[in-house]
Every structure is written in structure tokens, then in C-alpha cells.
Design a binder for this molecule. Structure first.
Ligand SMILES: Nc1ncnc2c1ncn2[C@@H]1O[C@H](COP(=O)(O)OP(=O)(O)OP(=O)(O)O)[C@@H](O)[C@H]1O
Ligand SMILES: [Mg+2]
Length: 279
């Protein structure tokens, strides 16, 4: 039994008034959110709004500029070295650019975390990997090399790898990207079923409103550097907030800007280019 398991309230991941960014640049501030045991939590927001940044904070790849991020009841800013490694072992992450090992075949990619973090037997590895590949519909692709599979198949292999350790917290960064409608529906179901079966907490970043609303318990929307809305899918569907409506209805006009905002750094770069072009 792992130590410091989630508190009695079942909170697995908690952000308390968190600000996040890179160097002097703050992407998001005033973020409070939580994911509890058995919950699917969807994080939504426009491109560049800071969703991946939130996941980086949950895995302690970046530390909050202010506020507190706790995972399994532990403040991640206080955890280092071996303790951090152990903490991360209890999380499964599907990265947005889910890099697979190109020199390993499909089977070995999914087996990798098991070989790295457990001492289970070869036959147990075999069963566990084939079970997870079966769950993503790719059991019969186990022998293929990464160069022999399609982009959508690669996403599903990465998904199988993220869940193979049956972690207590699973973070999915755009798990539906590049999937056909059938695989997309099956993947969404898989995320819900896994959450129920393992009793884990799942945090899902996606732009797919229909699919995520069908499986999420709680939805958080970020934009304009902050948390814009939160609630159940039913609550958000009924919202009259202009940001929420623009996002859910996919309207081009509204508070969400399509263009990346102009910054002093961009203007400086542009000036330098102009300087180079004048004879
Ligand atoms: N390593 C980094 N260093 C500096 N700035 C970064 C870094 N990574 C992301 N950013 C900036 O942080 C902001 C948020 O990026 P992030 O990747 O979190 O967005 P996102 O919501 O995941 O977008 P998308 O939907 O396109 O994946 C962007 O303005 C981006 O330029
Ligand atoms: Mg992202």
C-alpha cells in the first residue's frame, strides 16, 4: 500500500490559487481545481491558453510561480529526487507529442514502463501488455515497428503505454487528436471505463466537446490567463457566459482570440528584421 495515499476526501490532484508560466511570463493565474478518485475531469480552452502547462505543473515538470499543487496529498514543490520519481510512478501521462521509442516495436513500447518500474515476470508482462493493446484495439499490431503504424495508431499505442501501470492518476493531453470517429468514441469510453475500474482520477485535455462532455464529471475551462468556467457538463451546457458559449458553439467571433497576442518580444524581433531588410 503506497504511503500518503489521497486524503479521505478522495482528492488526488489539487491546484490552490496557482500561477504558472515560464520565466517572467505568466500563462495562467488564480487557478484552483481538483480531481478526485473515480472522476474524469476535462480541461478545455483555446490553443495556447495553458492546458499543457497545467499538466506540466501536475507532473512537477514546472513548479508554480505561486500557489500550491498537491498530488496524492503531497505538495509537489517539496518533493524531489527518489520521492518525486515514486510519485510520478503513480501517474500515467499521455503527452501531446506522445513520443514512442522508434527503435522498439509496439509491444516493447507498452512493456517499457513495466520493465522500468516493476519486477513482474515475463509472462505477466506479456498478459498485461496484450490486455492493454487489446483495450485500444491494437493487440494484433503488437509485433509492428513504430515506423509501420499510422499516426492515429501511434496515439493509441501511447495511450496503452500511459495506462499500463494502472496508475492512480492519469493525465491525457489530447487523447483524441488524429483519431477517426470510431476510435475516438471507443477511446473516450475506455477512459471512462478505466477510471471506474481502477478508481483512479483522470484529467483529460481535449477540444472535443461532445466526446468529453459525454464522459466527464467536471469540466474546467481556461482562457485569458485564468479559469473562465467550471462545472458539470450539464451546467456548462446551460451557461450563457460568452466565452463558454463561443467555445461550445465553435463561433469565430467572441472573447477567444484566434490570433496569438502581440508581445514586446515579438515587436522587438520584428524591428530587428526590418532593420536587417533596409539597405
Ligand atoms: N517551454 C515553454 N517556454 C516558454 N513558453 C512556453 C513554453 N511552453 C509553452 N509556452 C507558452 O505558454 C502558453 C501556453 O502554452 P500551452 O502549451 O500550455 O498551451 P495549450 O493550451 O496546451 O495549447 P494547445 O491547445 O495548442 O496545445 C503559450 O503562450 C506558449 O507559447
Ligand atoms: Mg497543449
Amino acid at each position: 500500500m503506497p504511503m500518503n495515499t489521497a486524503s479521505s476526501s478522495g482528492t488526488i490532484l489539487q491546484f490552490t490559487d496557482v500561477a504558472l508560466g515560464y520565466g517572467d511570463f505568466t500563462v495562467l493565474s488564480g487557478i484552483s481545481l481538483e480531481a478526485r478518485k473515480g472522476q474524469v475531469v476535462a480541461l478545455m480552452g483555446g490553443s495556447g491558453s495553458g492546458k499543457t502547462t497545467l499538466l506540466r505543473a501536475a507532473t512537477a515538470q514546472i513548479l508554480p510561480q505561486s500557489g500550491r499543487v498537491t498530488v496524492f496529498g503531497q505538495d509537489i514543490a517539496q518533493v524531489q529526487g527518489e520521492a518525486l520519481r515514486k510519485l510520478r510512478q503513480r501517474m500515467g501521462v499521455l503527452f501531446q507529442q506522445g513520443a514512442l521509442f522508434t527503435d522498439l516495436n509496439v509491444f516493447e513500447n507498452v512493456a517499457f514502463p513495466l520493465r522500468e518500474h516493476t519486477h513482474i515476470s515475463e509472462s505477466q508482462i506479456n498478459d498485461r501488455v496484450l490486455e492493454k493493446l487489446d483495450a485500444v484495439g491494437l493487440k494484433a499490431a503488437a509485433h509492428l515497428h513504430i515506423s509501420e503504424i499510422s499516426g492515429g495508431m501511434a496515439r493509441r499505442v501511447a495511450l496503452a503505454r500511459a495506462i499500463v501501470l494502472e496508475p492512480e492518476l492519469i493525465l491525457y493531453d489530447e487523447p483524441f487528436a488524429g483519431l477517426d470517429p470510431i476510435s475516438l468514441g471507443i477511446t473516450a469510453r475506455l477512459i471512462r471505463d478505466l477510471t471506474d475500474k481502477l478508481g483512479c482520477a483522470s484529467v483529460l485535455i481535449t477540444h472535443d466537446v461532445n466526446e468529453s462532455f459525454a464522459i466527464a464529471d467536471q469540466v474546467y475551462m481556461v482562457g485569458q490567463g485564468k479559469l473562465i468556467a467550471e462545472g458539470t457538463p450539464t451546467e456548462l451546457s446551460a451557461s450563457q457566459d460568452s466565452y463558454v458559449r463561443q467555445f461550445l458553439d465553435g463561433q469565430p467571433d467572441g472573447p477567444i482570440a484566434f490570433h496569438y497576442p502581440v508581445s514586446p518580444a515579438f515587436n522587438k524581433w520584428l524591428e530587428q528584421r526590418k532593420g536587417r531588410r533596409t539597405p
